[in-house]
Design a protein around this ligand. Sequence first.
Ligand code: ZN
Length: 467
Amino acid sequence: MDDKIEQEYRNYREYADRYIPFGLRPNIHDPVFGAERGLLVGSFVDRSEPLWNLARRNLAARAVTSLIEETLGGWRDQAYGKDPDEGSVVQAMIGAEILLPCKLKSRYVEDAFRFDVTATPEIILDQLGKLHQRYRSAPAHGDLHGENVRVRNDHAIVIDLASVVRSAPLTADLASLETWLAFQMPPECNPWVYEDAIWVAEIDRLCAPTSFLHPPGPCDPTSKFCWMSSVVRQLRRMGIAVQSCSTEYQAAVAVQLLRRCQWDDGPAADRFRRTKGIRRRGPIGERAGEEEDMSIVPRRVNLRGFAEYRDEGEKMLTAPGDVVVIRRGALRSVLMRCPDGCDETLVVNLDSRAGKSWRLDMRTGKPTLYPSVWRDGGCGSHFIIWRGQLLWCDRFEEGNLEPNFELLALGRRVLKSLRRRELRSAEEIAAELDEITWEVSRAGQMLVQRKLAICGSGKQRDWFALA
Ligand SMILES: [Zn+2]
């Protein structure tokens, strides 16, 4: 408890004092070490009530607006002072320690399995972790829920600053509050009634994949969960409005739903609701994957075969993204019909004796080229070929989908090969471990996010050392 109070006090000095308006945050002069956390709150929440109570009376709308725009506005405004970050929203939230994947309780996975959900949290996180996304970052509360937001005269007051994080996707707090209000067991519901059909139907409607593109419509006003629907829809509209790419808010909600499975306390119905949360996550990963099909440019290469000479190989290329490997004794080059449809043939040299060369890896029969292929002139196509997948750089990036590989297992091996105070390139480590450089690079970035490793900057971004 002492540690938590100390943390809260530090966070208070660093974040609340400067950014949260006076009267909408605890006003602390000295931390009361050794005391119950409630003491930090003091008397300033007099005549206030939890947001949770207002939400259940369907009266939370003005308080939610006040919370996001006024109380937390000073943090959230910082997101717009810089360019959006690029990468996976899920990885950013794990990096901020909003989700601790090692703490997920296996019982929910087993329960979900009985409902024919075969995607484990690891698979879901892995899929979502590969998305190339864009998001704005700002300090976040980190654990926003219906009981640590108090409301007085429609003004929202946050009373718990122990989990504040320096930087998280702008959608993280909205998703936290939305999922808590949707999935938390209200005290008036019978905690031993396992499954509530009305709640399940409303959750299915609110969590349908299309509800993350356009906010879901209103719920039947006589439904007993109309209040839940109203507050979720309000937060959903805010989430969709601030996201920086079409999958950001959905991914943030997926993380927050998994996060609820870090605890297994509570009665049967509560645990059922958490399992339901996992079940709702299946479609998110799938939909994120489907998006690539909607795009017109190829997202994978088509290996047409091998040839000895270039003119022979060139005849085998018919469609954008077609690839032929020229092999004459040794590997010579890769011919490729430019994937952007400009009809040019690209020649990627594999022979180190003939100037700048690329490395071709053919494990599991799928081509990987390292480094990226960049046409300097002409159409300027720039892309990565990785296990047969084609990942675009600079344009068409939104539909990029990275191939499947064992990120966590590779991370452990990469960690062992790192040295202290000596940066090693992903390329060098990949050669040593006989792995694909793109994957060693991803594993290194994961280690950096988990603070187990550090990386260089600029041209040495893919160079890693022990933290
Ligand atoms: Zn081209």
